[in-house]
Design a protein around this ligand. Structure first.
Ligand code: SF4
Ligand code: SF4
Length: 549
């Protein structure tokens, strides 16, 4: 055993005050180590006085138990390079506690983050049991305890000064403190985030179905995500709650983290998500994807990112908008690919990361620095997954440049803003400019722009709770008696499925026939959507026969 300090015991003997844990009790328990015949070398720090590689040569298995404070120091030894700044813990298998290096195990606060002494000891013991199985050649998972849940944190998106005012580290040095004066007690009580105003519940059909306050959901998730999967997968992840909450709590963000945790634990996504997973896999597979520079060029500074939905409902509109982009931005290429939203929204973070990587590589192949998305959902997802890439939408790129024929003189319409575009005022304005340019009169609904409500299909909830999804769609549809213009093909399908007169903006701007018939059109069926995607791909290929895939 190597110990960097002069005595063993770490925080048990050096940090925890003796009125909480009497030193003689801790020392008595620790004396078991010497009694077992274990050689203890104190004053030796791994990484400074002895290299991890040297330890690996000398010993058949290694347990790393450096405590929370020591984790950062050991990270670079395990990763072989400087770890990302946000990483502060050692990564270890949740069942075996084995690190990325065979035979090297880690446990305690260095893996879990600050925890109680009991849970740190339990995690150290789990690592030791795995090391024992490793040394005896047993199956490392045979007889192991079930995987540990990773800590789910619901981080308040508030400024640092406010956070510091609310959070306070308990002081353990004094066993007794005098009672608080009245004023101090009032101040102390103000630190509590009561989370019971109900503003978010009033505005959200999902919350109203499941709780009186999201803190109830937070408790359920914390207790065990596997027991509340239907609830976790029934939120639209639309962030309207964060818009109305006085302290910006985003319940959707918490439930998205819970979905990732469900996938890590092997209980998510749900069987009901199978068609979504298939749709996503098709969207990143060779059959339905395509990457090309503008015809006649090798490189393209920008790529028109079609996503899946627009090509699935209208190959003609997809090609028309590409023509317009080429006219305004010569050299624009095309990337027909799924943005990864389905994987991201059902918690499949590894798949989502791979999709982002593939999109990045395709962009680099053509020297593209910008993606122009056809859909606000794609734009939101691309911005999340590729923070270094410039991402915009067709509506922002073409506003003020494109003058489609004024086919809709005098038409009164409402706009359904996408909930994924809450913080995109340029997108809101761009869409309104194009619709007004077509001659229409816009009557905004109450829940517009940064307070837009979801169309009901967000968060992939339909297969999990179709009735809830339909209620949400109906509530949105009922916000205006006027036909609604959407700029997301998926939103159009959801609203049209409830019989709402809904028109995708490209149809509104370009369709020369009976627009009412278009508004009443049923959503495109599943098979037709796949066929349309192929048609779109072939149409692009006719423009650029050497397009990849
Ligand atoms: S999450 Fe925010 S809006 Fe909702 S009940 Fe809590 S404090 Fe109120
Ligand atoms: S993200 Fe949307 S659906 Fe989910 S709790 Fe918030 S408002 Fe409700």
């Amino acid at each position: 055993m190597f110990e960097k300090d002069a005595t063993i015991g770490g925080c048990l003997t050096q940090k925890i005050p003796s009125w909480r844990l009497p030193r003689e009790v801790a020392l008595r328990d620790l004396s078991v180590i010497a009694a077992l015949g274990i050689e203890v070398r104190t004053g030796v720090e791994v990484g400074r006085d002895i290299a991890l590689s040297a330890l690996r040569e000398e010993f058949a298995a290694i347990l790393l138990l450096p405590g929370f404070a020591g984790a950062q120091r050991l990270l670079s030894l395990l990763d072989g390079e400087r770890p990302p700044r946000h990483r502060r813990l050692l990564a270890a298998d949740p069942v075996t506690c084995e690190t990325g290096l065979p035979g090297v195990f880690a446990g305690g606060d260095a893996v879990s983050g600050p925890a109680t002494v009991i849970s740190s000891l339990a995690l150290g013991r789990r690592a030791a049991a795995s090391a024992h199985r490793f040394l005896t050649g047993a199956d490392p998972r045979a007889g192991a305890l079930p995987a540990l849940p990773s800590p789910l944190l619901w981080r308040l998106d508030i400024d640092e000064a406010e956070r510091k005012r609310r959070e306070r580290t308990p002081v353990m040095l004094q066993p007794f403190t005098p009672p608080l004066a009245e004023g101090e007690a009032v101040e102390e009580a103000k630190r509590c985030l009561d989370c019971s105003c109900g503003l978010c519940v009033k505005d959200c059909e999902f919350l109203a179905s499941y709780c009186r306050s999201p803190k109830e959901l937070a408790r359920q998730v914390k207790t065990g995500v596997k027991d509340v999967l239907k609830m976790v997968y029934s939120c639209n992840i639309c962030s309207l709650c964060a818009e109305v909450c006085p302290v910006d709590l985003d319940t959707g963000a918490m439930l998205l983290a819970a979905r990732r945790e469900a996938v890590r634990q092997g209980v998510g996504p749900l069987p009901a998500h199978k068609p979504i997973v298939s749709y996503y896999r098709a969207g990143v597979g060779a059959t339905f994807t395509l990457a090309m520079s503008e015809p006649g060029r090798q490189r393209s500074k920008r790529l028109f990112f079609t996503g899946c939905s627009l090509p699935a409902v209208s190959p003609r509109n997809t090609l028309a908008v590409y023509d317009e982009l080429r006219r305004n931005y010569p050299g624009t290429g095309v990337l027909m690919y799924c943005c990864g939203a389905p994987a991201e929204l059902i918690g499949m973070e590894a798949d989502f990361a791979r999709t982002c990587q593939a999109i990045q590589e395709n962009a680099e192949r053509f020297g593209a620095e910008e993606l122009i998305a056809a859909c606000p959902d794609c734009a939101h997802t691309l911005k999340t997954g590729l923070p270094g890439m410039k991402v915009t939408t067709v509506w922002e790129a073409l506003a003020g440049r494109w003058s489609p024929p004024a086919l809709r003189a005098g038409a009164r319409v409402a706009i359904h803003d996408s909930c994924k575009a809450h913080h995109e005022p340029a997108m809101h304005d761009g869409v309104r400019a194009l619709v007004a340019g077509a001659g229409a009169v816009i009557e905004d609904v109450e829940y517009a722009r940064e307070k837009a409500r979801c169309c009901g299909s967000g968060g992939m909830i339909y297969p999990v709770d179709p009735k809830l999804s339909q209620r949400i769609t109906q509530r949105r549809a009922d916000e205006s008696p006027l036909p609604m213009i959407t700029y997301c093909a998926g939103c159009r399908s959801a609203l049209a499925s409830r019989g709402k007169e809904t028109i995708h903006i490209l149809d509104f701007l370009l369709h020369e026939g009976d627009i009412q018939a278009v508004a009443r059109r049923k959503p495109t069926g599943s098979l037709a959507r796949y066929a349309n995607r192929l048609r779109t791909k072939w149409a692009f290929r006719r423009l650029q026969p050497t397009a990849a895939r």
